[in-house]
Ligand binder design. Structure first.
Ligand code: PEP
Ligand code: MN
Length: 382
């Protein structure tokens, strides 16, 4: 039997000029849509020469802007690349090829541009104050599902700080299936998070549910979490794309890799390039876990994107006893970090208690994942 083919309109293959036998057998209308789709998405990527000056880069950006398009400058280790977005038609390469400092003008026919390794061949390191995600350090983001009280947040934060982690998580706005379930403390929760930062020096990662809560998270937090349920809330993505805070973008409950990466593309297309992807599991027929943690997405992302990716073994399993093994597995497949739920009294948690680690279990997790990261992390050359 033939294996099902991925839908032609959502594949991210390099440009194809001839039709495969499979496509040739498909109705003509689909080819038409295929080519129109590609035409709309074909744009340009300008790769500057290694010795291009700032003035030459600025000039290329001016030319792009004059054409009514948007330049995205990505400085790299060896050269600067400039992505172009905003156009609905093909851009003429000759317009750029002869500008001073330009090395190459490359046609890009993939649906995503800014997230792509074409634009930035080296990994992005997202900086959150003096902490990083995507660099040499394994980023640990730990804390309760929801901020419930100052005492709870501080008890967990103390353990998180002691473990050497740099990030504290905790929701003040919770996306709950039932409108009658605990919805979070709102701004009061954010004030507690700000006090945690003040006391323990941890960077605060917290979810914004809508555009109004982005304003609040910007006031109190260090990194905006976009939850799985909001991964395709495009106005919210655009809003955080205009934020100066980095964004943790969780994979949607049923999102394909392309949909997830295009959600990141939305954020970046607005000018915020500090995006961290988070694999948190997707819904499948499996009943032994809350979600199926798709660890294959980590190498799959790596092949396409320069963005860092972290793993959430808490929502990815929904079960306390599975969190440590899946955290280890996530680090083993090359995740840049982990986001884990920890509670001082999981049995009393107001949300997600079943998957929360106790403080002791959290310490155990840290002890287990660190040596794995030592082994899998790229070794410094020389
Ligand atoms: C959370 O982090 O508590 C959460 C609600 O996550 P997700 O959006 O992945 O379900
Ligand atoms: Mn949760």
């Amino acid at each position: 039997m033939l294996e099902a083919q991925p839908p032609v309109l959502t594949t991210a293959l390099p440009e194809r000029h001839s039709l495969s036998a499979h496509q040739a057998a498909e109705p003509r209308a689909l080819h038409l849509r295929f080519s129109i789709y590609h035409l709309l998405l074909v744009t340009m990527l300008i790769v500057m020469k290694a010795d291009a000056t700032d003035a030459q880069i600025a000039h290329v950006c001016d030319v792009i802007t004059e054409l009514g398009l948007k330049p995205h400058t990505m400085p790299g280790a060896t050269r600067t690349a400039i992505g172009i977005t905003g156009n609905q038609g093909a851009v003429d390469a000759t317009r750029f090829e002869n500008l001073p400092g330009v090395g190459e003008a490359i046609r890009v026919s993939k649906p995503y541009k800014l997230i792509s390794l074409d634009l930035r061949p080296e990994k992005t390191i997202v900086r959150v104050g003096d902490a990083t995600i995507g660099g040499d350090e394994l980023a640990i983001i730990a804390g309760p599902c929801a901020i419930e009280s100052r005492a709870q947040a501080f008890a967990v934060a103390e353990a998180v700080r002691r473990s050497g982690a740099r990030f504290f998580r905790g929701g003040a706005f919770k996306p709950r299936t039932s409108p009658y379930a605990f919805q979070g403390l709102g701004e009061e929760g954010l004030r507690i998070l700000a006090a945690v930062r003040e006391t323990y020096g941890l960077k605060i990662v917290t979810e914004a549910l809508d555009e109004a809560s982005v304003d609040l998270v910007e006031r109190y937090g260090d990194m905006i979490q976009i939850g799985a349920r909001n991964m395709q809330n495009f106005s919210l993505l655009r809003r955080v794309g205009r934020s100066s805070l980095p964004v943790l973008l969780k994979r949607g409950l049923s999102a394909t890799l392309d949909e997830w990466l295009l959600a990141a593309e939305y954020i970046m297309s607005e000018g915020n390039y500090n995006v961290v992807l988070c694999e948190r599991g997707v819904r499948t027929f499996a009943q032994h876990t809350r979600n199926t943690l798709d660890l294959a997405s980590i190498p799959a992302v790596r092949r396409i994107s320069h963005l860092p990716v972290v793993v959430d073994p808490s929502h990815g399993t929904g079960k306390n006893y599975m969190v440590i093994p899946l955290a280890c597995a996530g680090v083993a497949v090359g995740a840049d970090g982990l986001i884990v739920e920890v509670h001082d009294q999981p049995e009393k948690a107001l949300s997600d208690g079943a998957q929360a680690l106790t403080l002791e279990q959290y310490d155990q997790l840290i002890q287990e994942v660190r040596p794995i990261h030592e082994v899998v992390a790229p070794q410094p050359v020389g």
